[in-house]
Ligand binder design. Structure first.
Ligand SMILES: [Zn+2]
Length: 381
């Protein structure tokens, strides 16, 4: 999926073992502060070192490996929720004037997140553990599984986006006509346009989703309400991804990255690192937090390579939009608005840039102005 304004790639969720490196829908959801990421990472380390899944399974006396995996996933999800609490709770309390209501909302949200993480984590890891237990070359069928999921996800995403779209706010015909006019300029038949998200949800992103005939332009609600001249620029950037075939080029590299990450995880496990934490075999569900750590470690270089490729595609889409509409002042204003309204970072420290899917706004503005000297000295960074 290509977007206009994603910040940095999200950290690996609980469910993400080395395989699925395709990106999730990424709105301008703020990246968690570094301290919060470190705390949830540390929670995982504590699960491994303190052997929390062992202890919980000893208490429950569960023998079936499937239920044992459910317990291990629950332990990790619970530990991460506890580690997040000192960051998420004050944020929720600051967000509303009524502390009791904010507390209830925070608790409900956290419970929902933990429940979803347990369900999704168990669903993804059950077949993976079945393969690890069945064959030493588990990484090959596991890759086929993740590859199939990646392709199905890409094709099905427009359908999911349509389901998420608010039926009470259909796409205004004038907006659809504008998007189609920009499409005609780019010699693309864009079909219908999807508007998604709730008003006021600080959702200022846009995407091209789907593959082949399912491909569609998606605008989040708040971005769709921007001045039409700026929306044109966003659409032109998105159509740049479409016209330059970015999704099609991204897919083979993503599948290759998944294969490399899984093979690297299998190679690392062949050195029996689990012995050190009291686990006899990788197929033992007690290994779950350790496999998550290992997955994050082997996936990191792969994520860096994919992010580097993504940033190159973003620069190409920016150049496409500038050439297509030839309104660099509006393009510059669109980038400023993305930073001001949608919280897209103007700059990033080097270690965040390594896994960032988009160049920071300052860099994109500078590139826009470099090619258009008349813009030097206009408002902005
Ligand atoms: Zn983009």
């Amino acid at each position: 999926m290509s977007t206009i304004s994603a910040g940095t790639a999200q950290p690996l969720p609980d469910t993400e073992l080395p395989g699925p490196t395709s990106r999730q829908p990424e709105g301008p959801r703020p990246t968690p502060p570094a301290a919060e990421s470190v705390a949830t990472g540390l929670a995982l380390v504590i699960c491994v070192v303190a052997r929390l899944p062992h202890r919980m399974l000893d208490v429950t006396g569960i023998a079936s490996w499937g239920f044992a995996l459910l317990v291990a996933v629950s332990v990790v999800s619970g530990a991460r929720a506890l580690a997040r609490a000192p960051f998420t709770l004050p944020r929720s309390l600051r967000a509303g004037p009524n502390p009791a209501r904010a507390l209830r909302r925070w608790a409900a949200e956290e419970l929902r997140t933990v429940a979803l993480t347990i369900v999704a984590g168990t669903m993804v890891t059950l077949p993976l553990y079945a393969l690890i237990r069945a064959t030493p070359v588990w990484w090959l069928p596991a890759w086929l599984m993740f590859a199939a999921l990646t392709v199905v996800w890409q094709v099905a995403l427009p359908v999911l986006m349509r389901l998420r779209a608010n039926p009470s706010t259909p796409t205004p015909p004038s907006l659809a006509a504008r998007v189609q006019a920009v499409g005609a300029k780019a010699r693309l038949d864009v079909g219908d346009v999807i508007v998604t998200g709730k008003p006021g949800a600080r959702c200022g992103n846009a995407y091209v989703v789907g593959l082949g005939r399912t491909r569609r332009v998606v605008l989040e609600h708040d971005l769709a309400a921007w001045p039409p001249d700026l929306v044109d620029q966003v659409v032109a950037h998105e159509l740049g991804h479409w016209r330059l075939g970015h999704a099609g080029r991204r897919l083979p590299l993503t599948l290759l990255a998944e294969l490399v990450a899984l093979a690297a995880a299998a190679a690392a496990l062949s050195f029996s690192p689990l012995d050190a934490v009291g686990i006899a075999a990788a197929g033992d569900p007690r290994s779950y937090p350790f496999l998550l750590l290992l997955g994050a470690l082997v996936a990191l270089p792969v994520r860096c390579v994919l992010a580097w490729r993504d940033r190159a595609q973003e620069r190409a889409a920016d150049r496409f939009a500038l050439d297509l509409l030839d309104r660099p002042g509006d393009f510059d204003a669109m980038l400023q608005r993305a930073a001001d309204d949608s919280g897209v970072p103007r700059s990033l420290p080097w270690w965040r840039l390594l896994t960032a899917s988009h160049p920071p706004i300052d860099e994109r503005v500078a590139a826009c102005r470099r090619g258009r000297p008349a813009l030097q000295g206009t408002k902005g960074t």
